[in-house]
Ligand binder design. Sequence first.
Ligand code: TEU
Length: 571
Amino acid sequence: VGTTPWWKDAVFYQVYPASFKDSNGDGWGDIPGLISKIDYLHHLGVDVVWLSPMFESPQQDMGYDISDYQAVYARYGTLADVDQLIAACHSRGMKLILDLVVNHTSDQHAWFRESRSSKSNPKRDWYIWKPPRYDNAGYRIPPTNWRGYFAGSTWTWDEATQEYYLNLYGPFQPDLNWENPECRAAIYEVAMRFWLDRGIDGFRIDTVNKYSKRTDFPDAPITCPDAPHQPAPEMWCNGPRIHEFIHEMQTQVLAPYNAVSVGELSNTPLPSQVLPYVSAAARELDMVFEFSMIRLGTGDLFHGKYLYRPFPLSVLKRHVATWQTFIEGTDGWHTVFCENHDNGRAVSRFGDDSTPELWEASAKTIALWQATLTGTLFLYQGQEIGMKNMPRSWGIEEYKDVESLGFFNEVVALGDEKKIAATLHGLQILARDHSRLPFQWDESPNSGFTGEGVAPWMRVHDEYRELNAAKQLQDPESVLGFYGKVLKLRKKYGDIFVHGKFKLLFPEDESLFTYVKEGVEVGHGSDGEHRRALVVMNFTSRDQKCPNVSSALGCRKGEERLLSWAVFIGK
Ligand code: TEU
């Protein structure tokens, strides 16, 4: 029973810089805009800001394609602005973590420009180059049949040096070669220590389990006979040297600065595979985002991610129970989240945003659900006011994301009307774009995100006059007011809600989501008696149209009961 690390009880809040607050009227959010809203976050109860990439970038994947790790994208501001942001956080007792994107760089990065300039360039081996193969007809084909995340091959042909380079994501995102020790050392120095020396407090680590690829580069089994490329995440997820690499990053870079780390761990569905990343003894990461729950409803990530598949509440509950309990009895830790910049809005995906009453009830239940789960809590900008997916009336022209458009254009090219309609339906629920609409601050034009008459980079939601932070700040009964309450409750009963043992009740019930949380001894001075809480929430599926029931959260001593009418609609 020692002191627990600060980041276990902290509330993290992800800011997507392009969409948070525009201070200079160019239609893009920026760092001075974020600084102007730090007190809003502090008031909400945010302890740590996670800022998505604000580095120099051609912005083909919204900054996850970095061309200079030590420069700030001009529309977001300057290095001095970042220094001011660090000071603004620290002066309020808050912290700042940045997004570490080092599986790949932009194809505009100086390292890649050198690497592609010639086969003999010293940085050639900092990326993954392979000669072509030829099919029976003598046509050139990529080194493997792997399909990437944005609907296409993971290989791009380079005419100048007559080789392919690997890109798990877009052709504009060539994968760095982590097998090369010089390359790793440069990543640690240029992309990490530079910022840690400026005073940031840690990193959210992008695609943290993908740096160690199968070095024999075999073809993937044919699971989709009609497709030109095959899903192959096993060829690069949780690869042979990944734990060696992450351990090296921890011991050589993060630990000396006592920097916090949270890894993005997709395609890792088994607790036995996840635990090694977060076990304290392993000295790899402090925590990870595990995606089984948030992925519910998505189709096959590679061939039909946007073919939406409804799921019963019992499946959601089983996923939550698995990830709430997998660290029990271990020295591991976990995260709690239901939104980020890569997913649709929770109130639209898991809740029902079709009427004001159902929207409010759903958003509050999501708040209650998230605030009572064990692990470090991560909120995504706009979740606290119940921001919704873009209206279904909007057309494909409102979708800007490279992944959304990659999948959509692929089915359009197939000319399969049914699949096109199904993909559009899936995008309307699941697309990454929904979480990237401008933050709805108030009822002024452009919802106070940018100035009147300015064209924001993405369209503002039509309902911003009714759904905005200013309106909710005035109303303690609003969704925002409710988040304030449940965050306070979570902090007050951290032994139960942050650290407690989770026990699911009535697992097969398709209406109620009910669990008991039992407090554990946390730090010093706990009175030894383990308090418990019963959390009961109504998860009525839309088609049952059950009436709202109260969601009761009562701690055993009965000293505090928080009742909120909440309906949480699983589809
Ligand atoms: O996403 C990692 C990833 O695996 C993506 O395929 C993500 O899971 C998927 O798009 C979900 O729809 C990270 C970033 O979060 C994402 O924004 C970037 O596009 C991607 O890496 C490349 O850096």
